[in-house]
Design a protein around this ligand. Sequence first.
Ligand SMILES: [Zn+2]
Length: 197
Amino acid sequence: MSKQPSSYLSSKLEGRLKADKSGNSIFALKPIKKGELIAVFGGVVYEWETFIHLPERERSLCLQVEDRHFLVPRPIGEGDFVNHSCNPNAGLSGQIGLVAMRDIQIGEEVCFDYAMCDTMPYDEFDCLCGAPNCRRRVSGNDWQRPELQKRYAGFFSPHVQRRIDAQKAERRAFERAMREKTRSYAGKVATPSVAFK
Ligand SMILES: [Zn+2]
């Protein structure tokens, strides 16, 4: 059997141990243009009920690809060492593609924001990404934050985008119902004021 990693990493990048030895990361070896493909994640897909019992190491390297489905790399490769940042330079393209959100220089670490794919509480942690806008805590609910929805528009996994769209539709329907209620209330109070004239 081939030992080829299940995930693809562009030859313009390499995975290596961070200088402070805090973990593995991927770094640009060559300049990468905005929109360029960086990685394509692969592996074995598990449903939540099975996935949650896998060893922590496997769970931490996985990618949530559907509401209750998780892609676990096997065999693990350099492409699976992409870390989270609250100020990422890469975002998702579809369920398993990773693309540059802006031009990336040689030597830069490439990260994406886990809010782009996570909706379940399987990989929550205190964030030490060091970005000025770091939100300190990464959770499975971060996709609901309006500022992130705006900043990452076009870079969410399709299953997250569906939930964002549903949430927006729900909010619009609620606002419409409130407007109609206000209008019918205004209609009711208008009648006596006419009678006073
Ligand atoms: Zn952070």
